[in-house]
Design a binder for this molecule. Structure first.
Ligand code: FAD
Ligand code: PYC
Length: 432
């Protein structure tokens, strides 16, 4: 009897969406996962695709998913040099919000936030999206004034945002130190209630599984080493698994964007910098929201496992190494311990770096290039995780239609010629 219901659990596949029962989990655990159903196929490259996405991070996988689900383009591949989500997607602190200053930013980040709100259902995968609120704190009168201006701008775009005074913050975050004599006293802040976090790996896996279900080939351990063109037209890509013919290539490789662009003779206005984060040993729930401090370049939340997740600002030098220098996290932790004194008693469990792709105006590039069929989606810098669904959605549109939609249009490369920059340097407590 038990065996029959276990089998039903494993085989229950409805349409595009696979379902797994608790029984299948138990059965596979005791059989060393021998019959474990793969979440996506390990595809090998075909000789030709209608489109190829380079980069198996959240943005690349989301692009492939929307190409297949919205534009019916299923003869496509995602090419990843390492493993899915092994870049910044799996290294970020997962803060999601849409409280940016400019209209263009409000449009893309709010588009993303709305997609986040239905994403677990769309993908039939628990991405652990948690709208626990994102509170940015102010440490000076000047910062507070700037925040209230920002809150007005955000609300004018129909996005939720509110200023909190010290008493409200003390109530909202009982574990924060409200002592006004510390180096970075908490004088107020602004809150986006609909902001929060999601589980980064799950986002990559959920998109990969759903894209694979529609026939997208996901090819890991395959590095793109060259972009082939004929005149001003892209004709294929050279990879460590051979040549692949295609007339459309979408590059979504974050910190490695300049390297990919150089392969096509394009110089992008991007600097690649290390950004560091760390987690503590797990503890009981103490913090049920996300706190950011722009002055300190510090952000903190608590993971579902109980780890305190902390991140710092960018290192001020270019690098392709996935690690950074000690003074940056040291400065961040010193301030974090003043704000949350209990942190001083915790041990650090892991510490890492990612390579972020920063643009001069701290806004992304979602663009065609001078080469027909070659598109770039990059420059998300320290803040692209929150944009993952929106970025993938509008980039898929660009690739499928060969023209940007209204949300993507302001992010064209041409803005660096016209001067129509979208300056979002003040949007995060992470200098970028
Ligand atoms: P990635 O996940 O980096 O994917 C790009 C992929 O391209 C990689 O897997 C890489 O291996 C692959 N690739 C590169 N070159 C090649 C090649 N030649 N051939 C094939 N594949 C290639 N954002 C937020 O919104 N909130 C946060 O809280 C936040 N915190 C962060 C904290 C840290 C420490 C870091 C490093 C970043 C943080 N970010 C945050 C930024 C965010 O992580 C990124 O903007 C976002 O994840 C970028 O996603 P992506 O899919 O474009 O890039
Ligand atoms: O963009 O919100 C953000 C962010 C937080 C930490 C790193 N980036």
């Amino acid at each position: 009897m038990a065996g029959a219901s276990i089998d039903r659990g494993i085989k229950a596949v409805t349409g595009k969406q696979k379902r797994y029962s608790v029984f299948s989990l138990a059965k596979n655990a005791s059989s060393y996962h021998q019959n474990w159903q793969q979440a996506w196929r390990h595809a090998e490259p075909k000789p030709e695709y209608d489109a190829v996405i380079i980069g198996g991070g959240g943005h690349g996988l989301a692009t492939a998913y929307y190409l297949a689900s919205v534009h019916n383009m299923t003869n496509i591949a995602v090419i990843e040099k390492g493993w899915l989500g092994g870049g910044n997607t799996g290294r970020n602190t997962t803060i999601i919000r849409s409280n940016y200053l400019w209209d263009e930013s409000a449009a893309i980040y709010e588009h993303a936030l709305k997609l986040w709100e239905g994403l677990a259902q769309d993908l039939n995968f628990n991405i652990m999206f948690s709208q626990r609120g994102v509170l940015t704190i102010a440490h000076s009168e000047h910062e507070l004034k700037e925040m209230s201006r920002r809150v007005h701008a955000i609300r004018l775009n129909g996005i939720d945002s509110e200023v909190l005074g010290p008493d409200e913050i003390a109530k909202f975050v009982p574990c924060i130190n409200m002592d006004q004599s510390i180096r970075y006293p908490v004088m107020g802040g602004f809150l986006q209630q609909r902001g929060g976090t999601a589980r980064h790996d799950a986002v990559a896996w959920g998109y990969a599984r759903a894209a694979d279900d529609m026939g997208v080939d996901i090819i890991q351990n395959c590095e793109v080493t060259g972009l082939k063109r004929s005149g001003r037209r892209i004709t294929g890509i050279q990879t460590t698994k051979g040549f692949i013919k295609t007339r459309k290539v979408g590059c979504v490789v974050a910190g490695h964007s300049s390297l990919l662009a150089e392969m096509a003779g394009i110089h992008l206005p991007i600097a690649s910098r290390p950004l560091q984060a760390l987690v503590s040993e797990p503890i009981k729930p103490v913090l049920d929201t996300v706190i950011m401090s722009n002055a300190v370049h510090m952000y903190i939340s608590q993971s579902d496992k109980g780890e305190m997740v902390l991140g710092a600002g960018v290192d001020k030098y270019n690098s392709y190494a996935q690690r950074g220098s000690f003074p940056v996290p040291e400065h961040m932790i010193a301030a974090a311990v003043e704000l949350f004194p209990f942190l001083s008693r915790l041990r650090m469990l892991r510490h890492w770096g990612g390579i972020v792709d920063t643009c001069p105006d701290a806004s992304p590039i979602i663009s065609k290039t001078d080469i027909d069929g070659l598109y770039f989606n990059c420059g998300w810098g320290t803040g692209g995780f929150k944009a993952t669904p929106g970025s993938g959605h509008v980039f898929a549109d660009l690739i499928a239609q060969d023209r940007p939609n209204a949300i993507a249009a302001p992010y064209a490369l041409s803005r660096f010629e016209t001067g129509l920059l979208i300056d979002e340097h003040g949007a995060a407590g992470v200098a970028h």
